[in-house]
Write a protein that binds this ligand. Sequence first.
Ligand SMILES: Nc1nc2c(c(=O)[nH]1)N[C@H]1C(S)=C(S)[C@@H](COP(=O)(O)O)O[C@H]1N2
Ligand SMILES: [Mo]
Length: 321
Amino acid sequence: MLIRIPRNGDPLPSEITPQAVAGSRRLFLRQMAAGTLVAAGAANPLLAAAQAQRARLQALRNPKYTAPDKPTAFTDATTYNNFYEFGLDKDDPAKYAGKLKARPWTVRIDGEVRRPLTLDIDELLKLAPLEERLYRLRCVEGWSMAIPWIGYSFAELMRKVEPTGNAKFVEFTTLADRAQMPGLSSAVLDWPYTEGLRIDEANHPLALLTFGMYGRVLPNQNGAPVRIVLPWKYGFKSAKSIVRIRFTEAQPRTAWNRAAPEEYGFFSNVNPDVDHPRWSQATERRIGEDGFFTPKRRTLMFNGYPEVASLYAGMDLKKFY
Ligand SMILES: Nc1nc2c(c(=O)[nH]1)N[C@H]1C(S)=C(S)[C@@H](COP(=O)(O)O)O[C@H]1N2
Ligand SMILES: [Mo]
């Protein structure tokens, strides 16, 4: 991502104390001193209010896809974000995504399919039963979270649109609206943000078309009203606020690959043995565990989802990073 190039002696991106965390720690200490801290959830009244206003989303917990991890605090998952359409700082999406109008919203599904669809977001949401899945999310920058997402396998949508024999890839295009997204004035990426998958990856049951988290619809900063979540890949593959899904014969270009091809490949599977050209990927910092003495976690192959390994049988994953 657009992290400062660590020069000699500079901290690695994963070692910089995130502003939001430092900020909430200061607030916590102040509240402690003032004796106003009644419960952990009261630490951020603004967030509590935002959470209460979002619609609940009913979903059945799928135990097969429930990571044994402790879920990341909702406050962390909604204030420490990458969503460059709203700015480059981790707390920019929480500050500026409030403007995003996530409903009404249409998603176009077309390209190499027998039944192209243009669906209102609430029709798309009802296309298959919603499940809750606790997935690990590993950002290429070296931090991770565990988030209870709500959605259904992207494979369910694929069955409905019936890809043709020519469909070899899927391209996701996300919203690029200058009126709602202040980050678009920056030329850091060539907007709109696009991502892509090989069709067998998209068809893997782990790939989750996601509408909610923590029991409610997605907060804007996490990609409302619909995003994809690919827990075995680096976080940037999981495109937010999707407006178009296109099935293609040729491998689609992706925003990050166009911006820095040596750093962000098409596959971008989590792999502790393949370093980013500017830093190691062997370990990670779990957001919320960043005490001074907290050891880093070892990053797992495919982020701990070995069931995807067969998708890459026979591929040199150093070459196809
Ligand atoms: N449209 C869009 N999607 C995006 C991004 C972005 O900047 N724009 N950032 C990606 C990155 S780098 C990460 S790590 C995840 C973060 O998701 P989260 O904020 O819900 O944890 O979103 C991904 N999806
Ligand atoms: Mo990321």
